[in-house]
Design a protein around this ligand. Structure first.
Ligand code: SF4
Length: 442
């Protein structure tokens, strides 16, 4: 029987031009990792930066099924180095799966290592608790709850609206657990603010600015669920835009401002830009027409795929194509019951979408799909997509980018294995380690 070690070594052998770091990182992101209790954090009171649950759960089990990891949070990210594959520094977002063949534990000498099939394959570094997490807002809320940072501190992740107005099985994207994640945190009694007040966000940003003396924090992302009617009396562009306006007025140019929102009409997109946002992520989720209709039923019903794509192209007139970076969820192309049955077909479809945007100067990026158990596609596909799909996607992504004369998108930190900090997919790890002033933290 093929072990997971056999699987990754087979792919490393067949795709020698893909960094080994990316093979392991993709496998960890699609399938999760387990933790010995000794590798968990002491929440906000310890020396390790805990997982903030910044938007989705990104876990393979619900909170009540995580055991000790539900009481003592796992780290937000881990960094891998060394081991038999000679890994360069690789930052990986933590997705917990107690049944994973990957386990983080003490190797017996006091050092933490990542074990695969009971064999140590890399040393594990944990993110230190940032000084700004040790300070609270005047009302007692934690910075981790209001303005968590990810990507080894590079990105402040402002999920200012913790739920989505695409609601229920007929509207929610079929791989998304944003609404469930909100419910499970509420049920566990954790602080989890549905709509974050602007003043609280500003206060948390002030604390980050004051205590981030190393200058690691370089960008912020405003995001949350889609707004199909109104929140606080505001439609989507003005709701998310008001946070950017306040941040830019208080801290002009301190961070690169980004927003993840729906593909909105051009007037609304212009308002995002006027509010001070510089990078726009109108996510297209999955390229194939039939899969978009079936797996993103709310977006299909309210906007429709063709209109969605037209708006993405239109937004390049406002932001410039380089600063329009639509996301897709890598792996749902192969999700049963409607996904492609073969890796070849799935890659061909994804490549068509990449070419559609990249030939117009727009650089998509992707998040590796985590099959969360409370979503329809997570229930049907608990193993996620085949690892070969993820590896071949890295190959076709880089090839399409280079064929169109593009380089790594701005706002993602440095590219290249050993340099990348983007933690929820390895597309930045597999690009050339070129220096890009707009993309490199100082
Ligand atoms: S639009 Fe889809 S992916 Fe985005 S939050 Fe709503 S349900 Fe989730």
């Amino acid at each position: 029987m093929q072990t997971r070690t056999d699987l990754i070594e087979d792919l490393m052998g067949r795709f020698p031009h893909i960094p080994r770091e990316a093979v392991i990182k993709e496998d960890l992101l699609r399938g999760g990792m387990a933790f010995d209790d000794s590798a968990l954090s002491d929440n906000e009171n310890g020396d390790v930066k805990p997982k903030s649950y910044f938007i989705f759960s990104f876990d393979h089990r619900t909170l009540p099924e995580l055991g000790t990891a539900a009481l003592r949070r796992p780290p937000e990210e881990i960094v891998l180095t060394g081991g038999p594959y000679g890994l360069r520094r690789t930052v990986v977002s933590v997705r917990v799966n107690p049944d994973s063949p990957y386990r983080v534990k003490d190797d017996g000498s006091g050092a933490l290592q990542l074990f695969l099939d009971d064999r140590p394959i890399a040393y594990v570094g944990l993110p230190p608790m940032p000084e700004y997490y040790r300070h609270r807002l005047a009302n007692g809320k934690s910075v981790m709850e209001v303005a968590p940072t990810i990507q080894w501190g590079y990105l402040v992740y402002l999920t200012v609206f913790r739920v989505c107005q695409y609601f229920g099985a007929k509207e929610e994207c079929q791989y998304c657990d944003i609404n469930h994640n909100w419910r499970q945190h509420k049920a566990a009694g954790r602080p989890y603010t549905g709509v974050k007040p602007v003043d609280e966000v500003l206060e948390a940003m002030e604390i980050i600015d004051r205590y981030d003396t190393a200058g690691a924090s370089r960008a912020y992302t405003l995001t949350g669920g889609s707004v199909t009617s109104k929140v606080d009396g505001l439609a989507e562009a003005d709701f998310y835009g008001r946070y950017a306006k306040a941040i830019e007025e208080r801290f002009p140019g301190r961070w690169i401002g980004k927003v993840v929102a729906q593909a909105l009409p051009k007037d609304d997109v212009q308002r995002f830009h006027d509010y001070g946002i510089r990078i726009y992520h109108p996510n297209y989720e999955v390229w194939d027409k039939r899969l978009f209709e079936l797996y993103c039923p709310g977006k299909e019903r309210y906007v429709g795929r063709e209109e969605w794509h037209r708006r993405i192209l239109d937004s390049a007139d406002v932001f410039g194509p380089r600063n329009v970076i639509p996301n897709f969820v890598a792996g749902v192309e192969m999700a049963a019951p409607y996904g492609f049955a073969t890796v070849d077909e799935a890659i061909d479809s994804t490549a068509e979408g990449l070419e559609y945007f990249m030939s117009r100067g727009i650089t998509p990026r992707f998040t590796t799909w985590c099959p969360e158990p409370t979503t329809p596609l997570g229930r049907t596909n608990p193993q996620g997509a085949p690892l070969e799909y993820h590896i071949r996607l890295l190959e076709v992504y880089r090839a399409t980018m280079e064929a169109n004369g593009l380089s790594s998108p701005p706002g993602y930190g440095p590219p290249g294995a050993g340099n990348a900090v983007f933690s929820v997919s390895s597309f930045m790890d597999s690009l050339p380690a070129e220096e890009s002033p707009a993309a490199t933290p100082a």
